[in-house]
Design a protein around this ligand. Structure first.
Ligand SMILES: CC(=O)SCCNC(=O)CCNC(=O)[C@H](O)C(C)(C)COP(=O)(O)OP(=O)(O)OC[C@H]1O[C@@H](n2cnc3c(N)ncnc32)[C@H](O)[C@@H]1OP(=O)(O)O
Length: 200
């Protein structure tokens, strides 16, 4: 199957149809006023899969408001985009301000095939960010809930995340919980290589 394409010839990381008809009724109480990925509250807001064109729309720059990104060229970005698409299971979703053609928010859903849970599918939330000039308008909730509802639609049995203590209220407000006795996050860090290695 070829890469999914948008009306302007954009190549998307995953099929945009997957973002249709998400179960927003199940999370209605988290949003005031109610918004959804299909009705984000402003005509110039567009929630869609990451596109190969998003290097020029500022996706890499916005990630620098989250963490250290490094010096990523357009070719680096495109190589990684194709790796993610070929691997499958990557659902990087963005919010675009169509007035400026800039990415103003993003979140990544990553799925893993498991043997446990009856050969189930598990989800992780990564790389959530909203451009600092757009914060406090529910766009953080919107992008996280969009990928969370997508994970539900894909049949995942759970979705989890790591975050700073200060963000616990934010995630609690949209349904994430600290499970008693099971809420630790541990890490071992390795020296970062300049370029990711292909596993083969
Ligand atoms: C799994 C991960 O990726 S964790 C990393 C999360 N990302 C970052 O920390 C990057 C920098 N921060 C951001 O990009 C943004 O602040 C986000 C994505 C965390 C939130 O985006 P916003 O668009 O401001 O969120 P939104 O408007 O939906 O806010 C929802 C609620 O969370 C609260 N909130 C938002 N950010 C923070 C924060 N940094 N600390 C504490 N509370 C916060 C808001 O006050 C708001 O509360 P309310 O509903 O009671 O008024």
């Amino acid at each position: 199957m070829g890469a999914p394409r948008g009306p302007n010839g954009d190549t998307f990381l995953f099929n945009p149809e997957l973002l249709k008809n998400l179960d927003w009724n199940s999370v209605r109480s988290s949003l005031n006023p109610p918004i959804s990925n299909e009705e984000p509250g402003e005509p110039w807001l567009l929630v869609r899969p990451l596109s190969i064109m998003d290097y020029s729309k500022g996706y890499v720059q916005i990630l620098s408001q989250l963490t250290t990104v490094g010096n990523i060229s357009k070719a680096d970005f495109e190589r990684q985009f194709w790796r993610m698409q070929n691997a499958g299971g990557y659902y990087v979703t963005v919010i675009e301000d169509t007035r400026s053609n800039k990415i103003i928010g993003a979140a990544s859903l990553i799925t893993e095939f498991k043997i446990i849970h009856s050969c189930g599918l598990r989800a992780r939330l990564e790389d959530v960010v909203v451009n600092n000039t757009y914060r406090g308008k529910q766009l953080g909730k919107l992008i996280v809930l969009t990928v969370s509802l997508l994970s539900k639609k894909l049949g995942c049995y759970k979705m989890s995340l790591d975050c700073k203590d200060s963000l616990i209220p934010f995630y609690k407000s949209i349904g994430y919980k600290l499970e008693p006795g099971n809420a630790n996050s541990m890490v071992v860090r390795y020296e970062e290589t300049t370029k990711p290695q292909d596993p083969s």
